[in-house]
Design a protein around this ligand. Structure first.
Ligand SMILES: Cc1cc2nc3c(=O)[nH]c(=O)nc-3n(C[C@H](O)[C@H](O)[C@H](O)COP(=O)(O)OP(=O)(O)OC[C@H]3O[C@@H](n4cnc5c(N)ncnc54)[C@H](O)[C@@H]3O)c2cc1C
Length: 426
């Protein structure tokens, strides 16, 4: 795969105006303390002359995977993050995320999720650590949405079943869906480790010769050197601002009204010591319209809840759970997973999504800053796509992109301002 990209990229870059200008402003930035021990291993991909130097800002699902894919394709890459890969403020910094292919009629994401799943499976082998747990997913939805989903899955050959609540109770007696007529079961779904995966991606990137640093990138206002790293001019052939929920702060004129960052609260509920019914081996994940769960991998049963319209201050916001959502989660657990009623909350995470107007991702070159790209707008569903995002974006940046549908959907021109909070598709 990499060799093919390299060969195509060498041709592709001659068609483009990408120039490697060196990362002179980065000398002052510190190597990430978390990764101080990781160094390039023998066999790391050689740097291909003629490719631009890349600076990737943000080591989350968008930036981390893109940095790794670019390095594997032979580019010189520096990955910069203000707080480090998997940090608790980042949207990719929670314990786990769900992987599913049900996206209604948005076939591109069904296709991407399928490809991402193949890549997760290959990557966990390569990285020597378990990152994907294939426990399936149960999803409730209205009759019209279910019909549309079935039509898409039938067309695309994605396996699924539609189960009556009695059948769900027969297979998984520990859950209760009595108020529904039918539930969609997608056997290929699963749980992906989030924070651990982002750390693994950065470590692998460094083992393959990538440079990872802690540093804060801002705009300078100067057209000839538009970016600053910790206050000093920063130059790279191509820079990707993959700053997740910080994007509206980093490029306010471009994305200030294009991405909102509503607060989300996650509660991990503990099982009794000898009760394994809610572990991933014994139960699929559950997606309801306002609340969803990830089965227990090693941190408790995850239950996510949302307060509509409450924005998160990404840098300075307190990340403590609210009594209101705690009560909502406890009521939900008592109804859907009665065996966990009254069990302790063993951990919480307060996150934010970075939602675009139509919940499509945003990937494009900055119209006023040639060579500077923005990549984000994950809208509550980008984590699972990380490996596919890396594959897609690296090819595109190397001039050998081959997904015109995604290019068009993710273009800045396909997005508009947000007037009120849009429901994300998590
Ligand atoms: C509660 C919740 C549940 C979700 N559930 C799912 C799910 O089940 N499945 C799924 O696929 N997706 C899910 N998502 C969405 C997914 O987690 C996000 O879309 C994805 O992680 C976003 O990745 P990112 O790289 O854009 O942003 P981030 O992960 O936030 O990464 C951005 C990084 O940029 C760094 N940074 C920011 N500004 C600067 C700067 N100026 N200089 C240097 N560094 C900077 C930050 O420190 C951060 O590490 C969920 C999100 C939330 C919040």
């Amino acid at each position: 795969m990499d060799e093919k990209i390299n060969a195509e990229a060498a041709v592709g870059t001659t068609r483009r105006r990408l120039m490697g200008a060196g990362l002179t402003g980065m000398a002052a930035a510190a190597a990430s303390p978390a990764f101080a021990q990781v160094s390039a291993q023998p066999g790391a991909p050689a740097i291909i002359r003629g490719l631009p130097d890349f600076a990737i800002v943000g080591a989350g699902a968008f930036g981390g995977w893109t940095a790794l894919s670019l390095r594997e394709a032979g580019a010189k890459v520096t990955l910069i993050d203000a707080y480090g890969a998997g940090n608790p403020r980042a949207s990719s910094g929670d314990e786990s995320r769900l992987l599913r292919r049900s996206y209604g009629t948005r076939e591109i994401y069904t296709r991407w999720a399928g490809r991402a799943q193949e890549l997760w499976e290959a990557r966990q082998e390569e990285m020597g650590r378990r990152l994907f747990y294939n426990n399936g997913s149960l999803r409730t939805m209205g009759a019209d949405a279910l019909a549309a989903q079935r039509a898409t899955f039938d067309r695309m050959g994605v396996p699924y079943e539609v189960l009556k609540p009695e059948e769900v109770s027969k297979r998984w007696p520990q859950v209760n869906f009595d108020e529904y007529d039918a539930v969609l079961y997608e056997p290929s779904g699963g749980v992906v480790k989030a924070r651990e995966a982002m750390i693994a991606v950065t470590e692998t990137f460094m083992q393959k010769g990538g440079d990872s640093r802690i540093g804060h990138v801002t705009l300078s206002g100067n057209r000839s050197a538009p970016l600053l790293l910790d206050g000093a001019p920063m130059t790279a052939g191509v820079t990707v601002l993959a700053c997740g929920p910080w994007l509206p702060l980093v490029v306010p004129k471009l994305l200030g009204d294009r991405i909102v960052t509503p607060r989300r609260e996650i509660f991990y509920v503990g099982s009794p010591i000898d009760d394994h019914r809610y572990r991933w081996e014994n139960l699929p994940n559950i997606s309801d319209s306002h609340t969803y769960t990830a089965a227990d991998v090693d941190y408790g049963t995850k239950v996510a809840a949302r307060l509509r319209g409450v924005p998160m201050d990404v840098d300075d916001g307190q990340r403590l759970p609210s009594a209101f959502l705690r009560q909502q989660v406890e009521e939900y657990v008592a109804r859907r997973m009665p065996g966990l009623a009254g069990q302790p909350i063993v951990a919480t995470r307060i996150c934010q999504t970075e939602v675009s107007d139509n919940s499509h991702f945003i990937v494009d070159e900055h119209p006023d800053m040639p060579g500077v790209w923005v990549a984000g707008g994950g809208s509550g569903h980008a984590f699972k796509m990380g490996p596919r995002i890396g594959e897609y974006l690296s090819r595109r940046l190397l001039g050998v992109g081959d997904d015109a549908e995604a290019d068009k959907l993710f273009a800045l021109s396909a997005h508009g301002p947000i007037k009120s909070e849009i429901r994300s598709t998590e």
